[in-house]
Design a protein around this ligand. Sequence first.
Ligand code: ADP
Length: 353
Amino acid sequence: MGFSRQDTEVSEPGLLPQMLLETLASLDGESVILALGEVPIFSTAGVESLGILRENRIQSPELLAIVRFVRRTGSHQKGQIEIPRGPIGEGRHQFTFKVLPLVKDDLVLVLVSDESEAQRVHDVRRDFVANISHELKTPIGALSLLSEAVLGAKDDPESVTKFATRMQSEAKRLTDLVQEIINLSRVQDFDPLQLPQEVSIGYVIREAMDQCEISAQSRGISVKYAEPSNVLVLGDRDQLIMAMHNLIENAINYSPEDTKVSISTMIKDKLVSILVTDQGIGISQSNQERIFERFYRVDPARSRQTGGTGLGLSIVKHIANKHGGEVTLWSVENVGSTFSIRLPIHSFKSEKE
Ligand code: ADP
């Protein structure tokens, strides 16, 4: 009887004991068994989607060298490797691996788990919590001062209205901040390439545009997406919508009223670029390097006015990198900006949408 779990690949099942395959498939981490010539004869599903194996080859030269060493010496090896998440961008998968010889037929077993990724997430989170506490203190401090002011002005209805209105806007700011923090922590927790979906770029753009419709209308800004796209990418649909939403919302917020925001897509070298162009205030060269940092804003007062949290672009960068892509920026002050998310293309749909 052959091995039949759907999420594993076995090219020559007869060669390997059923029990070994079942054990490997039930482990938390991923595994590959390599025959002579480093040809994989068994692999779990994640090995391919995490980029360890592509086109039936181990992608990391470092890991390949270790496999050969193990085959030669019969020793056990363990360590850590980094593998790019895609052909572009800074995204990296980090893995802990163990490589061991299987006595039978010169086979080598590679076990891979992403414990180091878990450690990195833990470190990022620790720094992040320190930043958050600082950011939360501002609106909470303002609310506390304003409530004292309301108490002090209880006989003056006009002042009470003024202070209460400001309390409302500080409370909204607090709510937005908490929501963005939840969004960022969700995208940090979840690896979109672990069990990826096929995601339509046309759908992502339309969905994000719908979410921004009310704010565009309220500022008299027309958001246009001219040519539909039939590109499919691999990843998480909700994360990609969130990234697009953040870019469109920024294009609206940092533009004068009655201007235009246009969205388009471009295909080059198996990559799709989604471009969001505005006729807004632009970003100076020195700020262009910093705006993707968490909580960085060019003009904190303006960002406050538009309900900005300073987290939007760091979320976009994180999502693009985690999808094996990148976000880039072209901008000239008082002329406008174009943000571009580039992602590896998975395939094309027969119909454009
Ligand atoms: P915020 O919540 O403040 O908008 P973001 O992380 O989304 O935070 O953006 C960081 C900063 O980058 C913004 O405060 C703003 O100064 C600048 N910025 C972002 N998008 C644009 C844009 N389209 N045009 C001009 N400036 C922008």
